[in-house]
Each structure stands twice: as structure tokens, then as C-alpha cells.
Ligand binder design. Structure first.
Ligand code: ADP
Ligand code: MG
Length: 457
């Protein structure tokens, strides 16, 4: 199967020799599918899992294209965090060992800018960094990318999660229109596709999980005793042990009582229904999407427009009034090729509806067959902090990330989604570090300014 080897690609001998020194003989799936296009200077949008060798898939391409005698920045790689940018730089340097003349520098937030400015006075071929800091260097005129040939967005989904979309757009304003744009992501959401559509040209679409059906959902139905619905719901959640879940109920009253019951029984849940003010609704959605609360209990109307990438479990507290509501609800799990689970409760009065729902793909059983849990706890991994400053204060995700990974001392991976609004910003942070993050931000401020900071209830 010579085809899967790097030697099947149009690469110079020293490049191939170096790859084999690194132990890279066979291409990984994403490399095999994307590298030929990358080498042909095409735009590529590729989805592949972590650890699948994405760095080399774009790295070999961009290094191969460099004109070494031309001391200008020819490639820019944007990454979500400093740690990832460091990893990419390291891998690029290994891949670049076929010659001694390639200069690669890293520009990330959370560290002093002075040494970066000095390093920019020596020309580099490749720049790797986080969007906020890159933009800063561009704005101030320390970094010039008007002769850029290749732009890479690595872990684009994570960059969007971290709220970097504005920075990315602004960075692109500095880039020549005639360029190659490579976008790599672990998931393909609508957001990612939209981003791709706006910044790429006839991009080749690659997904290495294409063998899996897009929406693989296991559907379970549990008949339960009336009066036992809440207990059965708790047992169902404990049975599947999901990372997160949405419980759909048909009425506001049900939503409220379900959320209350779950919270009293060790499962942290937030209620979403029509009685909430707009800002309360927004708070609930933010907390659920940034993994501060694990279970969302909602009516259909309230959950409209909700886009959660990795939803482990959808539960119908009862069979909905209409079939297409059922289909719509369960379609929220099992996205992007990952398996989803849908569980539906029904009781005596709904048996006739249950009959209509029966087909060979749906598994029917009794809730009483599930383990009756005594103690089961479900907590989301993060907490959310609120900063009393936002777009109006010209706050960018990179500023917040920089403050948290700089003076406050957190690592990029301990920080989750960042949502920036006009006057406030919400930041998800590993639960155990929330207090110290608040303390640190109060003490050190952001961009030399102090803002009120608190933990969201
Ligand atoms: P991703 O960005 O998809 O998460 P990386 O680019 O970080 O993955 O690569 C994961 C690991 O696989 C790295 O240690 C890298 O050195 C190694 N690797 C990449 N491509 C190959 C290959 N073709 N053969 C062997 N190892 C590889
Ligand atoms: Mg990577």
C-alpha cells in the first residue's frame, strides 16, 4: 500500500528523509486526504480528531512552499491557546529540520510583549500564535503579513468557543486576498462552516470520520408508573451517566418541578422556560453551553436556537404531542458523527402514543428495570465568572485569556468558553480554580485596568 506513504507525495528528498528520521513513514488518514490538496495550494477545510496528525498535514504543506531567501512572513498559524501554539511550533520545527534556514516564531498572549517585539525585528518565515496577540502586533505595526502565502486556523472550533471570531476576522483584514487558507477543526459545526465560507475559496472538504453516519442516535423508551416519573427520570440519568443532558418537558410547570427535584437529588440542573427574563435565559444558556451546569430542563420553545456541540443525552420527560417535535428534540444529540442517546419516558396514559412510536430501531422497556439509585451526583466541570466589562470596554477574548494565563497563573486548558457581550464577559473556568481566578483578576486586572469580577450563581 505504497499510496499511504509520504513518499507517494511530491516532496523533495531532504523533506522525505527528515520525515523518515522522525518515524513518519505512513500518512495518517487526515494527512493522506488533505496533504495532496494542501500541496496543490488549494484551500482545505478538514475535520479530524485530536491526535490524528493535523499539524503535519498543514505543516508539511506550508514549509514546502516557503521561499527561504525571501525574509518575510509567508505563513501564519492561528491557535486557540499558548500551549497549543507552543506544541504547533515545536512540531513545525521538527518538520523543518530538512534545512537550517527556516525561522519560526511564536507570538502568544499572557507573556510580556517586549521580547516579542524585539524578536520581530529579525525576519521570520513562519509565525504561530493566538489571535489576540497577533492582532495587537499587526495593529501596532510590529508584524507585517502583506506577503502572506498561507493562513492556517488550527483548532478552529476551539478558537470560536473561546470567542476569538472578531479577532480572526480582523487579522484576516491584514492578509492578502490571494492566499491559501487551511482550516482544521475537531468538529464541523455550522459556525465552522460559516467561517470557512467567508474566508476560503472553493475549499476542499475533508472529514476523516465520514465512514460514520452523521446522526447516530440510540433511542430508548421507558414505561414508568404514574407518580414515579421524577424518580424514573433520576434513574435514567444515573443509568446513562452523561456528561451533559437536556430534559424536555411539555409545560413550564413541569420544567420547574423537574429542575427542583433534580437539584434536590444531586443532579445540578437549570430550568429554561418562558417565564424567564431575556437576561436570565441568556445566563442559563451560557452556563449550559460552557459546562457550568450539566443538565438543562426546558420547554421546546425556550430551547429554540440552542446549539450545543457535544450533547450526550436528550431525555423526553414524556412523549411530546407531535412526532416532529420528537425528531427535532432528539436531533440535538449525536451531532458531528458522534453517537447520541435519546431516552423517552411515558406512563399509562400515554401507552397509545407509545404504540405509534414503536419501530425496530427503538428499544422499549420498563423504568422499573433500571437500577434504583440511592446516590448519584452529576456536576459540570466548570464555574462561570462574570467580568463587568465587555465589547464597549474594547475587551477581547485574548485580553482575558492573557490576564488569566499571565499574572493569574492559569493554564489555557483550564479555561473554557469565553462569551463577550457589550458590557459584560463570561468566562468558564475549571470549578476548583474559580475562586483563585476571581481573586487574581481583582488583584491584577486586565490590561492594567481593574473591573468588578464575580462568580455567577
Ligand atoms: P492533532 O493536531 O491532530 O491533534 P498532532 O499533529 O499533534 O495531532 O499529532 C499527534 C502526534 O502524532 C504527534 O506526536 C506527531 O508527532 C505524531 N504524528 C503525526 N503524523 C505522524 C505520522 N504520519 N506518523 C507517525 N507519527 C505522526
Ligand atoms: Mg493539533
Amino acid at each position: 500500500m505504497n499510496d499511504h506513504k509520504f513518499s507517494s507525495q511530491h516532496l523533495a528528498k531532504p523533506v522525505l528523509d527528515n520525515l523518515s528520521k522522525l518515524g513518519y513513514i505512513q500518512m495518517t488518514a487526515v494527512q493522506e486526504q488533505s496533504l495532496p490538496h494542501v500541496l496543490q495550494n488549494k484551500d482545505v477545510i478538514a475535520q479530524a480528531k485530536t491526535g490524528s496528525g493535523k499539524t503535519a498535514a498543514f505543516g508539511i504543506g506550508l514549509l514546502n512552499k516557503l521561499e527561504l531567501k525571501n525574509y518575510v512572513v509567508q505563513s501564519l498559524v492561528l491557535c486557540p491557546t499558548r500551549e497549543l501554539a507552543d506544541q504547533v511550533t515545536k512540531e513545525l520545527r521538527r518538520l523543518a529540520r530538512f534545512t537550517q534556514n527556516i525561522k519560526i516564531i511564536t507570538l502568544c498572549g499572557g507573556v510580556a510583549i517586549g521580547p516579542q517585539i524585539r524578536s520581530l525585528s529579525h525576519p521570520a518565515h513562519v509565525v504561530v500564535g493566538t489571535p489576540g496577540r497577533i492582532l495587537k502586533h499587526l495593529d501596532k505595526g510590529y508584524l507585517h503579513i502583506d506577503e502572506l502565502q498561507t493562513l492556517v486556523l488550527d483548532e478552529a472550533d476551539r478558537m470560536l468557543d473561546m470567542g476569538f471570531v472578531d479577532e480572526i476576522t480582523k487579522v484576516i483584514e491584514f492578509v492578502p486576498n490571494k492566499r491559501q487558507t487551511l482550516l482544521f477543526s475537531a468538529t464541523f459545526t455550522n459556525e465552522i462552516r460559516q467561517l470557512g465560507a467567508t474566508i476560503q475559496n472553493n475549499a476542499v472538504n475533508i472529514t476523516t470520520t465520514s465512514t460514520e453516519p452523521a446522526n447516530l442516535i440510540k433511542e430508548y423508551f421507558y414505561q414508568c408508573e404514574s407518580e414515579q416519573q421524577l424518580k424514573s427520570l433520576q434513574n435514567v440519568i444515573a443509568h446513562f451517566q452523561p456528561k451533559n443532558a437536556i430534559v424536555f418537558a411539555n409545560t413550564k410547570v413541569e420544567v420547574k418541578s423537574i429542575a427542583k427535584y433534580l437539584n434536590q437529588n444531586g443532579i445540578e440542573a437549570a430550568a429554561l422556560h418562558g417565564d424567564l427574563e431575556q437576561y436570565q435565559r441568556n445566563d442559563v444558556l451560557v452556563k449550559f453551553s460552557n459546562q457550568t451546569v450539566a443538565v438543562l430542563v426546558a420547554t421546546d420553545v425556550a430551547a429554540r436556537g440552542l446549539d450545543i456541540k457535544e450533547l450526550s443525552l436528550v431525555i423526553n420527560y414524556a412523549i411530546p404531542f407531535e412526532q416532529d417535535i420528537y425528531t427535532h428534540r432528539i436531533g440535538r444529540t449525536g451531532r458531528a458523527g458522534s453517537k447520541g442517546v435519546a431516552a423517552t419516558l411515558f406512563w399509562g396514559k400515554q401507552s397509545h402514543k407509545a404504540k405509534v412510536m414503536k419501530n425496530e430501531n427503538r428499544e422499549f422497556s420498563f423504568a422499573s428495570d433500571l437500577d434504583n439509585v440511592q446516590e448519584y451526583f452529576l456536576k459540570a466541570p466548570n464555574g462561570t465568572i462574570v467580568i463587568e466589562a465587555g465589547k464597549k470596554n474594547k475587551l477581547r477574548p485574548g485580553d482575558i485569556l492573557g490576564a488569566l494565563t499571565g499574572a493569574v497563573g492559569l493554564q489555557g486548558k483550564q479555561i473554557g468558553k469565553i462569551n463577550i457581550y457589550d458590557k459584560q464577559s463570561y468566562v468558564a473556568i475549571e470549578r476548583s480554580l474559580v475562586n483563585s481566578a476571581v481573586k487574581g483578576l481583582k488583584q491584577h486586572g486586565i490590561k492594567k485596568k481593574r473591573f468588578s469580577v464575580w462568580i455567577m450563581k
